[in-house]
Design a protein around this ligand. Structure first.
Ligand code: AGP
Length: 590
């Protein structure tokens, strides 16, 4: 996703902006650019590719105290220098994160012929045209929303003004505050090296930043906005000796899962979860890995809570007619709290009067602010595009919901919570004893198609395991319901096809094992990840044995193995692990 960083202050701006953009690299991008004022002239430099290409052509020490920078993740128009930001039209120079859906209509109102392929340039021209008529940028910003359909977070420079203007609708933007100046940024990590103080710019608001002053406007009127302090350590955005953020975050899981669980079980757990008694049906919605976490959570909630739960991807759910029951609960899961489709589902449900709860990681994110109930996970800043620790923290929190319902129904005792005491050491053991995982990674790194097989909760885990491998290693893999394989896809199994089977569901163990036999008899390279005993050694080339535990935490252990497997395959293939091609950390566009 695009990244925005701007600075206005007493100190030089270029190095701050570039460093801020580098902190946002994890969001994914294909070009970068910067606009900065030297004396009273706005200079623009933009380059395709990495930020270093920009840095190489910049004198970071030159006297410039106002600037806006941008990393572009292409939506409208190819990744190229012409399409990259900032875009300058007339008196207006801007950087944009989001999608302008009505940019073709806007174009028709312009006395200007765009030179790029982007919606952002059309927006710059439109704002400039309004500004030329009124000569009042604030009045332009106060009416922009009436004209623009889509999402935007904008940093704007106006010719002749020593100010930065910021405005947002459905794309995130925060304002950093410090003694020596003020920032705009798409996300907190961009400013942490300069300040931990920030203000939220809420949806539909705009702001004016001067070097020692910030005014925020809501519905055209000045509003006071609390200055927040980021809670968390700056080193969250540093690798601290790990080769990649992804590996660091895999290794952080014992701690962050403990922090997440303790936040809810250390005091008054039953009361904190008692809200669940009010509901007769649950929908769980998310995208990507958040959706996969929902699938695992749904399996546990149905089993222990005896409650109907349906799970859907947000981009489908939002366009599907819902037949909400009385006392229906919608749970939206999101690490970033800014995923456009998930946010849209939340808003639609609230309009229909459905109670909404979010499981979210980023404090103060749009989804966190707009849900009726917020259950934070404590994963800390997750930098790698491929989520690991946030996903397992989501599983842990969902299992706490299931535990509560199981205890209330008398099928679990309160001492089941001691399960979580062992989880950290169980994960540590997997992290330490990863030789077998590396062996499997060596074998599959040159394969074209890898199958993950499982049933029920193991199938849900296969979905995430497969996504992890695809995301970071670019190997094609497929998660398959083990019982479904023989209905067609088994035709793809040939000598040496890697098939990774997840067998942690005790009741279905033998059934899934028979599916393993089917693929082995066709020459598959069989890897089994299980917490059960397997006597027949002909059923696998490699077996990764996990400790026996309840399914409430068993999925987390399986996923740590699969995360490491994906990581090592990507490492051996020398992929760009923390910033996989085409991917963004937070998909704030639809
Ligand atoms: C996870 O590895 C992916 N990068 C992606 O599927 C992600 O889970 C999805 O975009 C949802 O993001 P969110 O949790 O921030 O809403």
């Amino acid at each position: 996703m695009c990244g925005i960083v701007g600075y206005i202050g007493k100190e030089k701006c270029l190095e701050k902006i570039i460093n801020g953009l580098e902190s946002l690299e994890y969001r994914g991008y294909d070009s970068a650019g910067i606009a900065y004022k030297v004396k009273n002239h706005i200079r623009i430099l933009k380059k395709e590719g990495r930020i270093t290409n920009l840095k190489n052509d910049l004198d970071l020490q030159q006297d410039s105290f106002i600037g806006i920078g941008h990393t572009r993740w292409a939506t409208h128009g190819r990744p190229c220098q012409l399409n990259s930001h900032p875009h300058q039209v007339g008196a207006i120079t801007l950087v944009h994160n989001g999608i302008i859906e009505n940019y073709e209509e806007l174009k028709k109102e312009l006395q200007y012929e765009p030179i790029s392929e982007t919606d952002s340039e059309v927006l710059a021209a439109y704002i400039n045209q309004m500004y030329q008529e009124s000569q009042d940028i604030l009045s332009v910003l106060s009416t922009l929303e009436k004209k623009i359909i889509g999402s935007y977070a904008l940093g704007i420079l106006v010719e002749g003004e020593d100010k930065i203007y910021a405005i947002r609708k459905d794309s995130p933007l925060i304002i950093g505050r410090s003694e020596d100046g003020n920032f705009i940024a798409s996300d907190v990590p961009a400013i942490l090296q300069f300040t931990k103080k920030y203000q939220l710019l809420l949806n539909h608001e705009y702001a004016v930043l001067e070097k020692d002053h910030v005014i925020i406007f809501q519905d055209g009127k000045e509003v006071e906005r609390e200055v927040l302090t980021f809670v968390g350590e700056k080193e969250a955005t540093m690798k601290n000796g790990f080769a990649h953020f992804m590996l660091k975050e895999i290794y952080e899981q014992p701690k962050v899962i403990y922090d997440t669980v303790q936040c809810y079980i250390k005091d008054d757990y039953m009361n904190q979860m008692a809200f669940l008694d009010e509901f007769d049906a649950i929908d769980i919605v998310g995208c990507g890995s958040a959706y996969h976490a929902g699938l695992v959570g749904a399996s546990l909630l149905k089993k222990y809570g005896d409650i109907p739960v349906q799970v859907a991807v947000a981009s489908e759910y939002r366009y599907t007619k819902q037949f909400y029951q009385k006392n229906h609960l919608l749970i939206v899961i999101s690490q970033s709290g800014e995923t456009a489709d998930t946010l849209a589902v939340l808003r639609n449900a609230k309009e229909q009067g459905i109670h909404t709860l979010t499981i979210v990681n980023v404090v103060g994110s749009s989804i966190a602010r707009e849900a009726d109930q917020v259950f934070y996970i404590k994963a800390g800043v997750e930098v790698a595009v491929a989520t690991t620790k946030a996903y397992t923290c989501q599983l842990a929190l969902l299992s706490l919901f299931a535990c509560y319902l199981g205890i209330k129904r008398g099928i679990l005792k309160e001492d089941v919570l001691s399960l979580y005491d062992d989880l950290g050491s169980q994960i540590e053991t997997i992290l330490k004893e990863d030789a077998l995982i590396k062996d499997v990674a060596q074998f599959i790194q040159n394969k074209n198609d890898i199958f993950y097989l499982g049933r029920q909760v193991d199938y849900a885990l296969c979905m995430e395991a497969s996504l992890k491998l695809k995301e970071v290693s670019y190997l094609h893999s497929e998660a398959y319901a083990a019982g479904e394989l023989k209905h067609g896809t088994i035709s793809l199994i040939e000598e040496g096809t890697p098939v990774i089977s997840l067998l942690t569901d005790e009741e279905l163990f033998l059934k899934t094992l028979s599916n393993v036999k089917e693929v082995v008899s066709r020459g598959a390279f069989s890897v089994i990840i299980t917490n059960q005993e397997i006597m027949d050694k002909t059923l696998y080339q490699k077996m990764i044995q996990l400790p026996k535990t309840l399914d409430l935490t068993g999925g987390i252990l399986v996923m740590v193995v699969c995360q490491l497997l994906a990581y090592y395959v990507a490492l051996y293939k020398e992929c760009d692990i923390d910033k996989p091609r085409n991917l963004a950390k937070s998909v704030t566009v639809e």
